[in-house]
Structure formats: structure tokens, C-alpha cells
Design a protein around this ligand. Structure first.
Ligand SMILES: [Zn+2]
Length: 385
């Protein structure tokens, strides 16, 4: 189902092809996040036009609202949201461990209270796979224990044990036709735990492997290390997915470390604060500097927002809370993330990835504020991942 087409000679970057029931996904790939069955502020036609190959849906949110009976009645998530291309769903583990109000971890899952109405619910490997089967995603994720980055070594150990037990349980559950299941490697910032978790998970022979427990508030250097501790123990001929990451520069660095798949809410989340991503870092469109700036968000960008509107106009829209403003910044940001992935694939094909990486990183100035926005992830009820 995954074909490794090429590995870069100078880095660990990989060019691949993932074949799913709803179509082929060229990797490295960025998956826009449709938390509630929609990518915030964007419509599916825009997503298709900017080259989206696969969307992510959140089991936890869709299970709470509209609920599985409605999605089953619609004929699955693809039909409910009318998205004919591939879909990946997360298992809800990340949300239960970060959003839910009260919880009791038990042998076969977690008892928690809905962040919406406080109702008592239970989610474990069996339930998570049943939800994802009803959603009918092309790729389902195992139910894992995702600890905070402040977890003690003892808590990390327990999370790895639970994650492994639950992954084995997920593997035995019925699936939607052709549905793939990916495992999730935990272990925090501990090299030995990451190795152990990766080795034990891969022995289950799942369809792909994710690096979890990243994007939980840790510093960038720790995040890169967690990835470096994990990838050497993942099979070369299967897809690797870093969950909840990152900024454009981080995506380039993670591709260089051998990661194939990404999802992140940053493009749409920061857009709602009036922040645009560019190849030189982030830019506050809302800021006074854009008041009389008649240029586009980014010179040379081919997105609709840049072809049509000035920074000054977008700043005005954002300042008066016109929906078009946040739609256009969301569109530009998502477009940039997808184009950067497309360029990386082209450079991998041409054998020029290492040069591209050097140029991209030299040009990109990371913003502390944006890196901090990533930390809201686990605690934001409106949008997770
Ligand atoms: Zn643009």
C-alpha cells in the first residue's frame, strides 16, 4: 500500500506513494485538519484547487457531534462531508487526554466527561476503532495514551505500556473495507522508551507508524529529538507520520529526518489572529505596518488571496471582523503549506532536496509567538491538532 520511490542521498528525506481506497497520496504530504468535518474557514473546492490530497478528521469531536448515528445514516464521513478523496481519522486519544474534563484511566480505555456538556463517556481501543469504522476513514489511528510533556519518567513508562497494549487491541478490531491502521509511538523525550515502543509496535505489523507525544508544548529541539529517537526503528517501506506538526520550516526539517506525513492546525489557527505564514516567517497582517501596504501577503504566491487582494485591504477586513479577511489568510496559509510540500516532492524527484532545505531554512525566520501558538493545541476545545 506504500511504495518508497526514492530516498534522498544527502538527507533521510523520502519520496513515496500511499495507495488508499479513495485514491493515491503522494508523500511527503501535508493533511489539512477538518476537526469537525470541515477545515476552518475553507471550503472543499478551495482545498482541492490548492492540491489537498488527504484531509484529517477528529473522531472525538465527530463522535460527540453530530454523533455516529448521523454519520452512519449519511453513509460515512466521506459522504457526509462530500469529500471523495482520502481521509485520515485520529482515534480520539489525544483529545481525551488533553480536552476531557475528568478522567479515570482503566485497563481498556478512559472514562471521561465530555468537554461540551459534562456527560460521562468511555473511549478505549475498541470504541475508537468502532468510531473510525463508522466514519469509514482510509487511515485509522490506534487509540494511544498521549502524556503531557511535563510527564514524569514513570508516567511516560505507563503511557508506553498502555499504548502498546491498546495498539494490539486496536489491531484485532473490525475495520471499514480497505481501512489501514497506523500505530503511534510514544515515549516522550526518552530515547530508550521511544526505541522500545517503536520496536514493539512494528512487531504488530500495522500499516504505518506515527510519532506521537510531539506538539504537546515541548521546545522545538526536544520535538526534533523525539523524532530522531524514533525514525531509525521504523520500517523503511512503511509511511511515517508526525502528529500535529509544525511550521513550514519544521516541516522541511522533519522531511529531512525521514517523515512522510503531517497535519497541523497552525495555518488556520494563526490566520484567525491575523497572522500569515510566508517563506520568510510569519507576518501580522493586522499590524499597523500593513495599513498602507498595497502588495499581496506574499510576492510571487499564486493563491487567490495574493492574486486578488492587498495587505492593506486584508488588514481592514480583519480589523472589522469581516469573514472574508480570515478566510483569505487561512487560504493563503494552507496554500503555502501545501505548496512547500509539493516543492519538496519535486526536489526529491530531481535530487536537489538538500539544497532546497538549506535555502528554505536560511530564508525562514521562526516566530516565537507562532511556536507558542502550537502549545495551545491540547487545550483548545475549538480545534485540536
Ligand atoms: Zn498567497
Amino acid at each position: 500500500m506504500f511504495e518508497l520511490l526514492k530516498t534522498d542521498s544527502a538527507t533521510q528525506a523520502r519520496l513515496g506513494r500511499l495507495v488508499t481506497v479513495h485514491g493515491v497520496v503522494d508523500t511527503p504530504v501535508f493533511m489539512p485538519v477538518g476537526t469537525q468535518g470541515s477545515v476552518k474557514a475553507l471550503d472543499p473546492r478551495e482545498l482541492e484547487e490548492m492540491g489537498t490530497q488527504i484531509l484529517l478528521g477528529n473522531s472525538y469531536h465527530l463522535y460527540l457531534r453530530p454523533g455516529l448515528d448521523i454519520i452512519r445514516e449519511a453513509g460515512g464521513l466521506h459522504r457526509f462531508i462530500n469529500w471523495p478523496k482520502p481521509l485520515l481519522t485520529d482515534s480520539g486519544g489525544f483529545q481525551v487526554f488533553s480536552l476531557a474534563k475528568i478522567r479515570k484511566i482503566q485497563a481498556h480505555g478512559v472514562e471521561f466527561r465530555s468537554h461540551l456538556d459534562g456527560s460521562l463517556l468511555f473511549l478505549g481501543p475498541k470504541e475508537a476503532m468502532e468510531i473510525q469504522r463508522a466514519l469509514g476513514s482510509d487511515i485509522a489511528m490506534v487509540f494511544d495514551d498521549c502524556p503531557a510533556h511535563t510527564a514524569t519518567p514513570r508516567e511516560l513508562r505507563a503511557a508506553v505500556d498502555r499504548t502498546l497494549r491498546w495498539a494490539a487491541e486496536c489491531r484485532e478490531q473490525p475495520r471499514a473495507p480497505g481501512q489501514m491502521v497506523f500505530g503511534i509511538v510514544q515515549g516522550g523525550g526518552q530515547a530508550a522508551l521511544r526505541e522500545e515502543c517503536a520496536k514493539a509496535l512494528t512487531s504488530l505489523r500495522l500499516d504505518g507508524y506515527a510519532i506521537g507525544g510531539v506538539s504537546v508544548g515541548e521546545a522545538e529541539a526536544e520535538m526534533m529529538k523525539a523524532v530522531e529517537y524514533t525514525t531509525p526503528f521504523l520500517p523503511a517501506d512503511q509511511p511515517r507520520y508526525a502528529m500535529g506538526l509544525g511550521t513550514p520550516a519544521q516541516l522541511v526539517e522533519l522531511v529531512a529526518r525521514g517523515v512522510d506525513m503531517f497535519d497541523c492546525v497552525l495555518p488556520t489557527r494563526v490566520a484567525r489572529n491575523g497572522t500569515a505564514f510566508t517563506r520568510r516567517g510569519t507576518l501580522s497582517i493586522k499590524g499597523a505596518a500593513c495599513k498602507r501596504d498595497w502588495g499581496p501577503i506574499e510576492e510571487g504566491c499564486a493563491c487567490f488571496a495574493c492574486l486578488r487582494f492587498s495587505r492593506a485591504y486584508l488588514r481592514h477586513l480583519l480589523n472589522v471582523d469581516e469573514i472574508l479577511g480570515l478566510r483569505m489568510v487561512s487560504l493563503h496559509n494552507s496554500h503555502l503549506f501545501l505548496k512547500v510540500m509539493e516543492e519538496m516532492r519535486a526536489h526529491l524527484e530531481a535530487g536537489t532536496f538538500a539544497k532546497f532545505r538549506r535555502g528554505f531554512i536560511a530564508n525562514y525566520v521562526p516566530s516565537r509567538r507562532v511556536l507558542a501558538a502550537r502549545k495551545d493545541g491540547p487545550f483548545s476545545a475549538e480545534e485540536t491538532r
